[in-house]
Write a protein that binds this ligand. Structure first.
Ligand SMILES: C[S@@+](CC[C@H](N)C(=O)[O-])C[C@H]1O[C@@H](n2cnc3c(N)ncnc32)[C@H](O)[C@@H]1O
Length: 263
């Protein structure tokens, strides 16, 4: 199997991820890819009259004119770099998830399943014209017929029985945001479960879109290696601060690391 000789592990590179993957990552070198891309909500009309201080996602990096081309480009590199027995887990809402799934199948990925992250305290529907949006999807796809699904871990977090495809948690808690604010930070709990389910210690995890570094931190806490890319320097600083302080998260998430039931 190809080795990652031209890149240092366990650090975030300030670089466009497509450029980073194509420059540094050999074919079939990655065990698990956790992708939390821009959803393009900015361009798809989520700019609402913000009431009561609630903030919609309206970031420059989330407003992409040719979104199909953008999505295809990073997916192509993910396909090239994924090991034959590896998995990709890609987040989305209706803004991007159907396009992502369609393009995945065009490229040859096999969609295994869709996980749902169900938020127990979803944000309100600002205008009351639709239900509160309480879920996000995570597409799980593979390249070949073999893949990692750690059944014993799945049972260990669900009272001895296999889990369902639904992760139910609160929105990312404030105690995970003590190093700074980021508009769409994912919860460590979901991240750590995904890592434990679909990879093994010392595996190589690719995080193409770092943001505040949740997936990198999760990889460190579960003893995986990671390679990660991010275009915005201020987010790299935030991610690095979280990584430097990983010990404080180890205590916080001891129950997950020890494969105990999540209450
Ligand atoms: C949805 S956020 C990731 C959030 C992350 N899961 C977390 O919990 O913090 C997406 C990130 O991708 C970055 N980004 C956008 N386009 C990029 C590109 N072409 N290459 C690398 N990073 C990019 C944005 O700056 C943003 O920080």
């Amino acid at each position: 199997m190809n080795k990652l000789e031209n890149i240092q592990f366990n650090r975030v590179y300030q670089m466009d991820c497509v450029q980073g993957m194509s420059s540094f990552l050999p074919k079939e070198s990655i065990d698990l890819q956790i992708v939390d891309p821009p959803y393009n909500i900015g361009l798809k009309g989520a700019k609402v009259n913000l009431k009561k201080g609630y903030k919609a996602i309206d970031e420059d990096w989330d407003t992409i004119e040719n979104f199909e081309e953008f999505t295809l480009n990073w997916l192509k590199e993910c396909y090239r770099t994924l090991k034959p027995n590896g998995s990709i887990l890609s987040y989305g809402t209706h803004h991007n998830v159907f396009l992502t799934g369609y393009l995945m199948e065009q490229l040859g990925f096999k969609i295994k399943m869709q996980y749902i992250w169900k938020k127990t305290n979803p944000p309100p529907s600002f205008l009351g014209t639709n239900p509160k949006y309480a879920t996000e999807s995570i597409i799980w796809a593979t390249k070949g017929g073999s893949y990692t699904y750690n059944y014993d871990y799945a049972k260990s977090i669900n009272g001895g029985k296999n889990i369902s495809n639904v992760f139910e948690t609160a929105l990312t808690p404030q105690r995970e945001k003590k190093h700074g604010k980021f508009p769409c930070q994912k919860p460590l709990e979901v991240t750590i479960k995904l890592l434990n389910l679909h990879s093994n210690p010392n595996d190589m995890v690719l995080v193409p879109f770092t943001g505040s570094g949740t997936e990198c931190l999760g990889a460190r806490l579960t003893n995986r290696n990671f390679v990660s890319f991010e275009t915005n320097y201020k987010y790299i600083e935030l991610a690095n601060n979280r990584l430097d302080d990983a010990e404080c998260f180890e205590n916080y998430f001891e129950y997950l690391l020890n494969h105990k039931q999540v209450s």
